[in-house]
Design a protein around this ligand. Structure first.
Ligand code: AMP
Length: 373
């Protein structure tokens, strides 16, 4: 199957072509016809499956085909993190390159000028808003966001948003929206609270389940049993093979550990930057941009970058510690082997972390290959 099958607007097909997509992914095959028809959708799918295009392409196609007033918001996408908001906004720019659609990413934690820029854009009118809940609500409560003609609402990474405590904000935002609208909900997992939220806000939804909360098969996963004190040297030796490892992410659970690893690697002459929640928004964007552009070899990060962030061609993921939640493990290692390429994910397991490894293996339904015991 190719994208012409769906009857998308020609300008969007051109956008898809310029993005270099040849074939729809499974979630796109299933979701695009449902969304084009106007039905509500509850989809269980992880990042890396192509879910952004799965909802954005049909919504953009409708926007391009249907008459509407560009001064009013037509589509609202609510996401858990600013990184994801920016990333979706960038994809929209690509898909909509040949159609005159205005979109804006709205997220918190910036300086005043960013607030003003968002405010001005919202006052001028944007057809698509991609927003984190808290900041969007602040703008809405100032009274200038034109929500009364919204036709489409998307909740992306809904499980993550509930984990982050956004339930109330989401429900308040929805209380400002027209009752008659199309609502799409994407979630990597389907726990009870997600089902309940879906029942409250979706009408007769179609369900798509690509749930496999399992890593992609083209990721080579391996375990090193290593004491905490030997981890750093082991890491340095893995990273020293620069021809094999041009781009790597090292995950650690705490900010202090991330900073510590960054400092020590730098001391060993590794080109490295760190990413954690204390950084200013500007700094975070700068780090991500430099990493994308291969300005440095190693990104050390907490789980904030594990979800939703889309960087291609990462050769190696190292879990410096074993994440407590198997879902976090899947998200961390999913940063490699994006789309069609292969990747390697190595987990350092110190003796006191063996239990966590066992939990992850149970979740995966298979043992991870052990390189060093
Ligand atoms: P997502 O799950 O939306 O985070 O997308 C994961 C990655 O797959 C992104 O880099 C997309 O640009 C890419 N992608 C999405 N759909 C396709 C497609 N049909 N063909 C090739 N790459 C795609």
């Amino acid at each position: 199957m190719n994208f012409t099958y769906f009857n998308l607007h020609p300008s969007i097909l051109e956008g898809i072509e310029s993005m270099g997509y040849e074939k729809p992914t499974p979630i796109q095959e299933k979701a695009i016809p449902i969304i084009l028809k106007g039905d509500d959708l509850l989809a269980c799918a992880q990042t890396g499956t192509g879910k952004t295009a799965a909802f954005m392409l049909p919504l953009l196609s409708k926007l391009a085909a249907e008459e509407h007033d560009p001064m009013f918001v037509n589509t609202l996408v609510i996401v858990p993190t600013r990184e994801l908001a920016i990333q979706i906004d960038q994809q929209v720019e690509g898909f909509a390159y040949y159609s005159p659609v205005s979109s804006i990413a709205v997220y918190g934690g910036n300086d005043g000028s960013n607030w003003d820029r968002q405010r001005q854009a919202l006052e001028r009118g944007a057809e698509i808003i991609i927003a984190t809940p808290g900041r969007l609500l602040q703008h809405i409560q100032m009274g200038y966001v034109k929500l009364e003609r919204i036709q489409h609402l998307v909740l992306d990474e809904a499980d993550r948003m509930l984990d982050m405590g956004f339930y109330e904000d989401i429900m308040t935002i929805i209380s400002y929206l027209p009752e008659i609208r199309q609502t799409l909900m994407f979630s990597a997992t389907m726990p009870q609270n997600i089902r309940k939220l879906a029942k409250t806000i979706l009408k007769n939804p179609f369900e798509i389940n690509l749930a496999v909360s399992k890593p992609a098969e083209n990721i080579l996963q391996a375990v090193y049993h290593v004491s905490s004190t030997d981890k750093l040297n082991l890491l340095a030796s893995l990273l020293s093979k620069k021809d094999l490892v041009q781009s790597a992410i090292v995950f650690a659970s705490t900010k202090s550990e991330v900073k510590d690893i960054e400092r020590k690697l730098r001391g060993m002459d590794v080109s490295v930057m760190a990413m954690y929640s204390d950084l200013e928004q500007k700094q975070r964007e700068e780090v991500m941009r430099s990493f994308r552009n291969r300005k440095f070899q190693v990104l050390v990060a907490t789980d904030i970058v594990a979800r939703g962030i889309d960087i291609e061609d990462i050769d190696l993921i190292v879990n410096y510690d074993v994440p407590a939640d198997p879902e976090d493990y899947v998200h961390r290692i999913g940063r490699t082997a994006r789309a069609q390429s292969d990747g390697v994910a190595i987990t350092f397991v110190s003796p006191e972390q063996k239990r966590r490894l066992a939990t992850i293996e149970k979740f995966l339904g298979s043992k991870i290959f052990v390189v060093i015991r």
